[in-house]
Design a protein around this ligand. Sequence first.
Ligand SMILES: [Zn+2]
Ligand SMILES: [Zn+2]
Length: 141
Amino acid sequence: MRDPRPGLIWSTGRLARRAAYCDYMSSPRWFALREQWGRHWMARPGIEPCCLICGAPWLLERHDLHHRTYARLGHENCRDLIPLCRSCHRELHRVLESDRSWRRLDRAQATDLIVRALRRRTIRGWSVSHKTFGETEESCR
Ligand SMILES: [Zn+2]
Ligand SMILES: [Zn+2]
């Protein structure tokens, strides 16, 4: 979620939503959900969690989960979240927020397209875990 731009007036509804979101992001509930997400991912044989863009190993304590959608905020399922390292996460948000056309798309759709585009740019060789991402996504219910 974005910070309000300087000089931009946000509606009270929007500010309230943002405050609720910030509370949630620093809540034990979100932390527990991250842990659960990590365990779920580890349980899949042969698939180490890694940043979906650059392929760096993903660590629960150090790295981020990006919301492909906020539709189930507080009750996310594993497909709502993707593992990203800090810098790729920042880059994804930079792209997502730099162009109005992304906002016309569904957030999940925009996320997937940007991840794919950034991925092509960042690395050439793909590790097994990246190749199987499509399948893991499907088998992740
Ligand atoms: Zn990365
Ligand atoms: Zn994010």
